[in-house]
Design a protein around this ligand. Structure first.
Ligand code: ADP
Length: 475
């Protein structure tokens, strides 16, 4: 059958273009390290923003006391209370209250939005306080995780660059969001100090470092993707003179916007980007994160359907952007039934294509595999790029430019932990397997055992409270 041959060719071509042999991944590693360098050298020097966080000290595990955190990240916001007992204790207890932001507030005024948040916080705080505890607690402190682009001006303040994810409140743009919250708390007569303003990746790093002080890098791979890491102060060239201290600082890479000619890009990626609301933006993220993987697969199946009529003559949902969510793609990919029942179910129920023959269903599983494998391996290359920038990839760091030591010469390799979070990594087993496999391949067997990937939980919540604690005078 001609049609079958052409469909097969679509999948083979995809496989060829998406191939990520280790040599190619090493080029991506180098490009990441080079771009990080450029982004640190000057403002706008790279597609990587390399944002300053003013976080010099990460939690050590000695923090003590009760601290609050508030996370505004999307359609929900959460408030938390975290109790810390010192000595790297398990976090004694934390209560969480999650609430949706009423839709009208997402496009109203700053005052209305922050008043609503402050009121909810007040109710939450009231529920937890018993009077005896309150009297010895003194002033309450809060870490604020704000998952929107912010130009940080100090550890506890930063200006909103722009709203995303459906929020559109003009009068907040350009203002200090920490102050907006603080003022709302005052209006509600709530005696809480906003002492930390953080990005969610920094929260992940904080949680990782609380449990293990070799944690120097944090990565989030969920709906979107980003990373941060601990950098030497003298390497942050663009702000020399601006900083009063010469201590290490956490840098928010904003790696979703990374780009390099070494990335294996297909026509599907080009189309996805062109049709997105932010073309030419977030190129790395569009190849890697959960928001996009399902849609890349949808585009390939649509292409296959143009070559063969087994997808039916009738209308299908294949033309609908983002209808194939990444968890559904994962379900097809991980379908272990011999007759690929789950694949058939998704095709029928979600895409409205019934009766796709088994050999085509097998090809669709292959497509999911190719797309996820590429994503996971590129994410691994990104991580090793950061390790290379800080000299933890076993090669001596990009700055020194030294070649690998001669075989037989012993070098001392330090243990490095990478904290990782996000639904794509934690829920999608094959993604996780591919990422870890690629890390080992790129680093090689001598170095790989010294790099440990550790899943952390709720950096955006607990991490903010930990940072408020580690910067508190009373802790
Ligand atoms: P967010 O990044 O939205 O703050 P998460 O870190 O929980 O939240 O990530 C959620 C994302 O993870 C989803 O958008 C989805 O793309 C991906 N995801 C969640 N569950 C699965 C799954 N079972 N298989 C594949 N991807 C998943």
């Amino acid at each position: 059958r001609m049609g079958w041959r052409r469909v097969l060719r679509v999948v083979e071509e995809l496989e060829e273009v998406c191939a990520t042999p280790v040599d190619r991944l090493r080029q991506v590693v180098d490009a990441m390290a080079v771009e990080m360098h450029a982004g640190l050298a000057s403002e706008g020097g790279s597609k990587l923003k390399m944002l300053l966080t003013y976080v010099h000290d990460l939690p050590t595990g000695n923090e003590k006391g009760t601290f609050y955190a508030l996370h505004l990240g999307g359609t929900n916001f959460r408030v938390l209370r975290v109790q810390l007992g010192g000595q790297r204790s398990a976090i004694i207890g934390h209560d969480v209250d999650r609430q949706p932001i009423p839709e009208p507030l997402m496009t109203s005024t700053s005052e209305e939005l922050f008043d609503f948040i402050a009121s909810s916080l007040k109710v939450f705080v009231g529920k937890g306080d018993d009077v005896s505890e309150l009297s010895k607690m003194g002033k309450r402190e809060l870490g604020f995780t704000f998952s929107f682009p912010v130009k940080q001006i100090s550890f506890s303040s930063g200006l909103l660059i722009k709203w995303t994810k459906g929020f559109a409140i003009e009068d907040t743009v350009g203002r200090d969001v920490s102050q907006c919250l603080q003022q709302a708390l005052s209006r509600k007569e709530l005696d809480i100090q906003v002492t930390a303003l953080i990005n969610d990746t920094v929260g992940t790093l904080a949680v990782g470092h609380y449990h293990d002080e070799d944690t120097l890098v944090a990565v989030i791979i969920g709906t979107g993707t980003n990373a941060c890491y601990l950098e030497r102060a003298d390497a942050i060239i663009k702000c020399q003179g601006l900083l009063t201290t010469s201590r290490d600082m956490v840098v928010n890479v904003e790696w979703g916007n990374f780009w390099s000619s070494h990335l294996p890009r297909t026509s599907y990626d080009v189309d996805l980007d062109a049709e997105s609301p932010n073309p030419n933006d977030q190129g790395f993220e569009k190849m890697i994160s959960g928001m996009y993987l399902g849609d890349i697969v949808r585009r390939v199946i649509l292409r296959m359907s143009q070559e063969l009529d087994v997808f039916g003559p009738g209308p299908s949902k294949l033309h609908v952007p983002f209808i194939l969510r990444t968890p559904l793609m994962a379900a097809m990919h991980e379908d272990e039934s011999p007759d690929l029942r789950e694949v058939a179910r998704v095709l029928k129920d979600v895409l409205e294509i019934p009766d796709v023959p088994l050999n085509i269903r097998k090809l669709i599983v292959k497509v999911c595999d190719v797309v996820t494998c590429r994503a996971a391996r590129l994410a691994a290359a990104g991580i090793v790029g950061i390790l290379k920038k800080i000299g933890r990839d076993g090669s001596g760091g990009v700055a020194s430019g030294k070649a690998r030591p001669k075989p037989g010469r012993k070098i001392k390799i330090k243990r490095t932990v990478v904290a990782i979070e996000g639904g794509l990594y934690t829920n999608y087993t094959l993604f996780r397997v591919y990422l870890n496999e690629a890390m080992a391949q790129i680093l090689g067997e001598d170095v790989a055992p010294y790099v440990i990937i550790k899943v952390t939980e709720d950096g955006s919540g607990i991490g903010a409270a930990l940072l408020a604690a580690s910067h508190s005078a009373s802790s």
